[in-house]
Design a protein around this ligand. Structure first.
Ligand SMILES: Cc1ncc(COP(=O)(O)O)c(C=O)c1O
Length: 372
């Protein structure tokens, strides 16, 4: 049996008539920019998250960038983030004009090491961006304690974790702002690019909204130098419909992760992902660690099982960051993780039979290894 890495068609098929109906209505009204569906979606998402303000933007990268700009972070400032994340996390920091300070991941989890954050703080540090990578909450209690002590702002990168909970609280509602991505394969995906910023700070939300719309609140008066980063009405209409299904999709992801855990648990060579105590993950990705992951991936591929790498290179080793001069060995945990991680098929409608096929494939590979 072939197992895809992600299957969006399967997920969206039952919703298409409703989504197309909404899109038709928007097209008939030609309400493409700032149509009523945008505000409706923002309000619905705010209620779902339990925050007063949500501002839709054009993608998750801009959610981060506009938040940093709205906080007044820029040239001369430093922002700390983790080396094992998607490139846009740090790219957004650079776009704001601030300097990126990469730190290592923690011993037990894939997310930022709170102790490394503490050691990286300087007089120029303004903010820290924890990333709830793979849908697993970062260690927010320790990060919050350090942030409070050093007067740092916490901007959460929630691109991969919409709906995950840290000790009862939805991630994205703990820091000063939560930055979401609606890239199609994310837990809540748009039919194209999309993103949002959530915050309890009214003025911050107002500034993000202004910056995303050429720095204005009224048509011809530009109060700030912003950009064009609005969420389209067509996507907002679609996202509103899909948001009603997010809890159910996240639950399906949790069931899939539990089955992986059960089936892969007995394989000593494989390290399955850990979740901090008291937290609930939403498994944007299900990522195992294994020393010979390239061989394993090739074996699975040959059997029709697709896997992914998130990520093969820590950001401090990306060519774009060569000028930071961070050599191999400078962030050893992130570097080792990048050599060992393998993302297994994970999406809401994945079947138990597909997960069993993946686990069986892994078992076969390991038994061949035993004989080698
Ligand atoms: C952790 C993380 N941060 C930020 C982003 C950027 O989101 P987008 O692709 O919507 O710009 C992504 C998605 O690629 C991501 O996975």
């Amino acid at each position: 049996m072939d197992v895809p890495f992600v299957d969006l068609k399967r997920q969206y098929a039952p919703l298409l008539p409703e989504i197309k109906g909404t899109m038709d209505s928007i097209i008939e009204r030609c309400a493409f920019i700032n149509g009523p569906e945008v505000r409706e979606f923002e309000q619905k998402m705010a209620k779902w998250l339990g925050v007063p303000w949500v501002c839709g933007v054009s993608n998750g990268t801009h959610a981060l960038y506009l938040t940093l700009k709205a906080l007044g972070i820029g040239k001369g400032d430093e922002v700390i983030t983790v080396a094992n994340t998607a490139f846009p996390t740090s790219e957004a920091i650079n776009s704001s004009g601030a300097d990126v300070v990469f730190v290592d991941i923690s011993q037990d989890y894939f997310s930022i090491d709170p102790e490394a954050v503490r050691s990286a703080v300087t007089a120029r540090t303004r903010a820290v961006i924890p990333v709830h990578l793979y849908g697993i909450p970062a260690e927010m209690e320790a990060i919050t304690e350090i942030a409070e002590k050093h007067d740092l702002l916490i901007v959460e990168d929630v691109a991969q974790a919409m709906g995950a909970r840290y000790k009862g609280k939805k991630v994205g509602t703990i820091g000063v702002a939560g930055c979401f991505s609606f890239f199609p394969s994310k837990n809540l995906g748009a039919f194209g690019d999309g993103g949002a910023v959530a915050s309890a700070d009214k003025e911050l939300a107002r500034r993000v909204r202004m910056l995303s719309n050429h720095g204005r609140e009224e048509k011809y008066t530009h109060l700030l130098l912003g950009t064009n980063s609005r969420l389209d009405t067509l996507k907002a209409g679609q996202l509103s419909i899909c948001l009603d299904h997010l809890d159910e999709w996240n639950q399906e992801r949790r069931q899939a992760a539990a089955l992986y855990e059960e089936l892969l648990g007995p394989f000593e060579e494989i390290r399955t992902p850990a979740v901090p105590e008291g937290c609930e993950a939403v498994w944007h990705l299900y990522v195992i660690r294994y020393e010979k992951r390239d061989d394993l991936a090739a074996f699975l591929r040959q059997k029709g099982i697709r896997t992914g790498l998130h990520y093969p290179l820590p950001l401090h080793k990306q060519p774009a960051y060569a000028d930071l001069g961070l050599k191999e060995g400078s962030l050893p945990r992130a570097e080792k993780a990048c050599r060992e991680v393998l993302s297994l098929p994970m999406f809401p409608k994945i079947t138990p039979a597909e997960i069993e096929t993946v686990a069986k494939g892994i078992g076969e590979f390991l038994s061949h290894q035993g004989k080698a």
